[in-house]
Design a protein around this ligand. Sequence first.
Ligand code: NAD
Ligand code: UDP
Length: 330
Amino acid sequence: MAILEGEFKGLVPKKVLVTGGAGFIGSYLCEKLVQMGNDVICCDNYFTGQKDHIRGLLDRPNFELLRHDITFPLYVEVDEIYNLACPASPIHYQFDPVQTTKTCVHGAINMLGLAKRVKARIFQASTSEVYGDPEVHPQKEDYWGWVNPIGPRSCYDEGKRCAETLFFDYQRQHDLEIKVGRIFNTYGPRMHPNDGRVVSNFIMQALSSKPITVYGNGEQTRSFCYVDDLIEGCLKFMDSSKEFAGPVNLGNPDEITIYELAEKIIQMTNSGSQIVFKPLPQNDPRRRRPDITLAREKLGWEPRIGLDKGLKKTIDYFEELIRERRVYGI
Ligand code: NAD
Ligand code: UDP
């Protein structure tokens, strides 16, 4: 087996499966893993992902693309699995909620079964949504959450919670090497322009001089992590000791209200858009901010890219999309 030179000198390349690899976060992960010299299999059913995101990797000898839905078994031989397949934005995961739960639960069972058979280490892209509308602030990993089991967000929230249960049961029952990362709101270029998420919505609205739609009174908060920081956290977590399975929060603890975010984006885009208020969606969490003490201690990781810098890169990306007319329906 080759040992790598240059930036990644000393690393032993691995065979790595990334499910949801054509999605927003997955495509960056594939890029980084390929760049590090690993043999990468990207598996995606293109529900929300796009081939365009990984087009630059298609002619790389250490990259392979599979159209596959993880609710069906997959037979490949790999050393590591990153399980990212799942729509992440509320409008996408609520489009077919039964399929969302299947992806979370059947998908996890299939990927855990694969990991067990080939003795692979497996990372689960869990979410801050496991905390629901939290009564504890900021959220620490030992908080069990406050989640509605029967609401419109439940297919995702409870699906991801059940996936976490499965991961820890496979660890206890089969001694599987698991890594459960709870990802908080992540943003950056390649977000879907019409995914309804707040960063993409506000930027697209600002750039096309449409009203900025703040839901509720805009006092709810989120904490936004730039995608490059998140990828670094996921890689460090995968490389951490077997004993550290998580769950660990991966996010940026800088908290902002949604109204402040709207104002910031208007100002950064020099937009003439007005802010308008729309009804708050059901079960919309009021506050969200990760406590990342555990990630700092165990992984030596914390985000480095501030909101202004990350938003600038994201705005540049959406400007290019609009300029090249690669966006419909706005
Ligand atoms: P995304 O929608 O851009 O990517 C998800 C990818 O999974 C897409 O390419 C989609 O086509 C694919 N997919 C969906 N169902 C599938 C299935 N059944 N089989 C195979 N592929 C399937 O979302 P993202 O923002 O890149 O999120 C990636 C992961 O991170 C998700 O698991 C999500 O729950 C988690 N996460 C994301 C955020 C965030 O803010 N983006 C926050 C918390 C957790
Ligand atoms: N939001 C908003 N206007 C929009 C889209 C979202 O005010 O056009 C709000 C939404 O109600 C929530 C926050 O922004 O309070 C983040 O929403 P998003 O869908 O991005 O992520 P999530 O709720 O899953 O954190």
